[in-house]
Design a binder for this molecule. Structure first.
Ligand SMILES: C[S@@+](CC[C@H](N)C(=O)[O-])C[C@H]1O[C@@H](n2cnc3c(N)ncnc32)[C@H](O)[C@@H]1O
Length: 263
């Protein structure tokens, strides 16, 4: 294994998504869960056909395009140019209309105020500095119309602390790489800095090994509620799944719904 000091970068997200085959994880395997996600967002963001939704850190556009299929207009932003290409291709394939931009969600806000915004599936908390992470929530707030709602989907840190799996292994049969990609993910909890640190080792079919280190700032649910309020959001609600379950210690997800005040 390589020395982590050679590979670690505090701004790991600038390179990780672009130069690893992480898109294997982005591709949702369970259409029912995607459907439940869209139903959850429609209900809790009070979405109506024709409204405009901002997908902050949209990845390969799976959620954006599924929302567009419900007759919503979507603006998506992501730092990774590979994903923006995938999102645009997906949108064209399904005949939907979304606008995708390559940009930095710490800075990007939409020109047109949106009816709702989402930050989905652990796209928040990447910086070790809370002041920087707050910037992303502020951009979501600023992209909303008064009264607009925001959904933030983040891991439930109590469950991460209780159930951390030090090693997980996955295999993906990957047509574009002509073979099987094996992934080993090593996770450790850095309690002093409040980080979940992960090393991703991708064994490529041609024998190459790609090693990337990532980290997530671990915020307990109440800290995120406070951050949302600091950015100006009100009426914060918290759920433990897209099925609307209440948040419990072992819920895998922690989903926040918040509102920009009406005036
Ligand atoms: C775990 S993926 C989730 C993608 C998508 N939201 C979904 O649900 O499929 C995290 C995404 O955040 C994007 N990202 C991370 N930091 C970003 C930043 N500062 N600005 C824009 N996108 C960012 C990554 O490129 C990646 O697509």
């Amino acid at each position: 294994m390589q020395d982590s000091k050679e590979r670690s970068s505090s701004d790991w997200w600038l390179d990780f998504y672009e130069s690893s085959p992480f898109e294997l994880f982005l591709s949702r395997k369970d259409p029912q869960e995607t459907e439940a996600t869209i139903d959850f967002l429609t209900r809790h963001l009070e979405l109506l056909p024709g409204q405009l939704v901002f997908d902050q850190c949209c990845g390969n556009g799976e959620i954006s395009v599924a929302l567009a299929a419900k007759k919503l207009a979507v603006i998506g932003v992501d730092l990774c140019s590979k994903y923006i290409e995938m999102a645009s291709a997906r949108c064209a394939e399904f005949g939907e209309s979304c606008q995708f931009y390559r940009g930095d969600a710490f800075q990007f806000k939409t020109d047109t105020p949106c009816d709702a915004a989402i930050n989905w599936w652990t796209s928040f908390g990447y910086s070790k500095k809370t002041s920087e992470n707050l910037e992303m929530l502020k951009r979501a707030f600023e992209s909303l119309k008064p009264g607009g709602r925001f959904a933030l989907d983040y891991p439930n840190i109590p469950a991460v602390l209780r159930n951390n799996k030090p090693v997980q292994e996955y295999e993906y049969d990957c047509e574009s790489e002509n073979g099987v990609i094996k992934v080993r993910r090593e996770s450790s909890l850095n309690l002093i800095e409040g980080l979940r640190e992960q090393r991703w080792i991708f064994h490529m079919p041609d024998g190459k090994e790609l090693v990337h280190d990532t980290s997530l700032k671990m915020y307990l649910p109440d800290a995120i509620v406070e951050s949302l309020q600091l950015c100006g959001f009100v009426d914060v609600e918290v759920f433990g799944s897209v099925f609307g379950d209440p948040l419990e210690l072992d819920s895998e997800r922690c989903i926040f719904i918040a509102r920009r005040p009406s005036a």
